[in-house]
Design a protein around this ligand. Sequence first.
Ligand SMILES: [Zn+2]
Length: 469
Amino acid sequence: MRTGITRRVAVAATLLAAAFGTLITASPARASLPAVDPYQPYVAAADCTSSKYAKPGVVAFRDMTLSRLGGGDSGIVACTGYEHMEGRAWDWTNYTSNPADVARVQTMLDWMFATDDAGNQHAMARRLGIAYVIWNKRIINMYAADKTWHAYTGDNPHTDHVHFAFSWAGALQQTTWFTTSPRPDEWYPGYVPSGSSQGSVVFAGNLYKFVRAADGGIKYWYGSGGAWSGLNTVPGSGDSGTDPVAAVFGGNLYVFTTTADGQVRYWYGNGGPWNGPNTVPGSAGTYAAGSLASAVSGGNLYIFSVATTGTAVRYWYGSGGPWSAANTVPDSSGTAKIASAVFGGNLYLFSTTSTGSVRYWYGSGGPWSAANTVPGSGGDSAVATAVFAGNLYLFATASDGTVKYWYGNGGPWSGLNTVPGSSGSSNRGLSGAVFGGNLYVFANSTGGSTRYWYGNGGPWSTANTIGAA
Ligand SMILES: [Zn+2]
C-alpha cells in the first residue's frame, strides 16, 4: 500500500506530551522496575552426567509459556546434546506446517525480542537470561555481536519445535524476570501493548472478536490464523446495553459490557468457564448510546464508560482487589463513543463528540492532559485504536460509513487515510488488533455482519466477513 499503513518518522512533538505535574486522581504510581539485565555470556554444556536435571528457570519458563500460549512440551532434559544435557534448554512443540502454531510462536518471539519502552533491545530475552533460540531453520544468539536471525543449518531443522537455550543465570532464576514480583503484565508473552481497548483482543495465541448480538447477548469468535471458531456466547450476558470491550490482565481474559440499566458488568476467565457476571460498583448510569473502553496501564486494569448525565467519561481501575471509586476525565462532557490505548508510556482516551470530531487526553500517572483534537476528524461516529510497528493508529467510522484512520509515533498525526472497501460500516463493532504480524481492523456492516481487514505495511486485504450475530 502506498498511502496506507507505512511507517513514518515525524519530527514535531504535538501528539505526545513531555511531562506532567501533579497526580491524576488516586491512581497508584507504578513501582519502579529493576534495570534490564546485561546480555549473558554463554557457557556450553559440559557433559550429560554432572548436572542432569531440569533447572528451575527453564521449568518456570516452560510452565508459564504452556499456560499463557499453549503449544506442546518436547522436554527439557535429554542426553542428545547441547544444553538439554544440563537441563538448560526447553523444546516447545509447534509445527511450521500449522498456521496456529506459527502464529503462537511469533507471539512469543515478538514479545521476547522486542525493544521495551525504555529503549532496551531484546528486553524480555535479557530479563529471562535467554542464550539463543532456534526455530524454522533460523537461529538468533543473544551472546553474538549482531544478535539477529541467521540461517541455521544443523541436522534438525527445528520445524516441529522451538529450542530455547538459557544461560546459567537464567536457568538458575538469577535474572530479573525471575527475581521481580509482581511482574508487570507486559512481562508475559501475549500481552497486547495497545491495552486491547476494544472488542478484539489477543489471548493465549488466539485473536478474539466480541460483539453484541441482536438479542443483546455478548457473542464471540476466536481463531489463530486458520478458520474462525463457531459463534460462542458469554453466559448471562443477555440484555447487554453497550458493545463489549475486552482486555487481558493478570493472565485472564476480561470482557465488559453494561446491563440494560447502565451498570458496567464484566466476566473473566483463562480458558475454563467464564467467571461472572460481576459489576463495577458505582457504575450505574452508563450511556447506552455511548461505549466502553478498557486498558491496562501502570499495573492497573482500567474501564471507561460514558455517563448518561452530562456524557462525560468516567473511569475505574483496579489491580485485582476492589475497584477504585469513580473518576472523571476532565472536560470530557459531550462524549459519544470512546476508545483507549497505551502508547509511549501514556494512557490515551479518545472520544467522539456530538459533532463527530475526535478528542483525546493522555497521562502517565500525573494529571490528564488538556483535550486535544485529531486534525481532520469530524462527522465520526465511532473510534478504535491499535499500536502497530511503532505507531499509534486511530480508526474512526466516518459519516459516509467508511473506516478512516490516522497514525503517529510521537510527532504530528498522519493525514487522513481510508480502509479501501470499508463503505457500508455502521458505528458498531469498530476495533483494532495486532495479530500474527498484521494490523487488523474490524467494523460491522450496516446489515450487522462482522467484517475485517488486515495488512502489514503493504496494501490492506480485501474485506473479510466472520459472520453475523
Ligand atoms: Zn532443543
